[in-house]
Ligand binder design. Sequence first.
Ligand code: FO1
Length: 318
Amino acid sequence: MIVALAGGVGAARMLSGLVQVAPPEQVTAVVNTGDDTVMHGLYVSPDLDTVTYTLAGMINPTTGWGLRDETWAAMEELRRYSDGRLAWFNLGDRDLGTHLYRTSRQREGAALSTVATEIAARWEVGVRILPMSDDRVETRVVLDEGTDGREVGFQEYFVGARHDVPIRGVHFAGIETARPAPGVLEAIAGASKVVICPSNPVVSIGPVLAVPGIADAVTARRAEVVAVSPIIAGRALKGPADRMLAELGHDSSVVGVARMWAPYAATLVIDTADAGMAAQVEAEGMRAVVGPTVMSGPDQAAALARLVLGANAAGGPV
Ligand code: FO1
């Protein structure tokens, strides 16, 4: 069993590579739910949906989230009523079906993990998709607007403000009492390999490791844990990971990533662009494996998956 700790786009691509080199039924994704939000009364779980849609081959290629071949009639009607005030978070007409289903099932008493399994089955995704927890955890972002650091929800920061504002803190509301979703700890304990996907370390992987019990479970498997840096030559390929790391006092480099993941993973895969930093990564107590990490297409994702699955602390092929 391969277990992947996953956020959104980067993790979804990593998973699409893993299922090319391992049977999907042998892959379990433990997915961040800190981005989840209630919009117009509907429970929206972006990372669960991005992972599921990507593995189904149905992800919207333009946006990187939501469904392909999408239409936006409902949003256009909403925009006419509210002149955009209520329409800042775009929900496509097909994507709405997922949010209607998930929300209805939750009102019937179904757990997030139960619904995630039902949605994955509908899209015939062989990978087991687990939320990090069935309990509500909400990533909150403290903005660095001069003195009064306003606190906003993740989607307000990421979409509302287009993450175009410096932050001074991030915390996960509800994390103290959140329990790992059923199957998460067992999957990590029994995994032949645990992959920390190239997602935002602060707000995508961070919440997963912050669920009480998960960090210890991963640390216990440290020799089999391989992390892939989401930072290449100091930058994130997509999203605000590089800025958030710097704004929160981390080094926005593969060394900064190594410092964050060293307690959990024995190996860090870094891009060829950072080959010169390998010794500094190893000085942080991790083995550095250098290779192409930009997953520009399915072949690149499969190649990275082979590199990840072949890498381990001892450095030999597994
Ligand atoms: N991201 C945007 O930048 N703008 C949007 O309007 C937007 C809508 C949206 C709807 C459903 C969904 O699953 C994701 C959506 N996202 C949107 C992406 C989302 O904010 C991110 O996927 C994550 O939360 C960060 O990975």
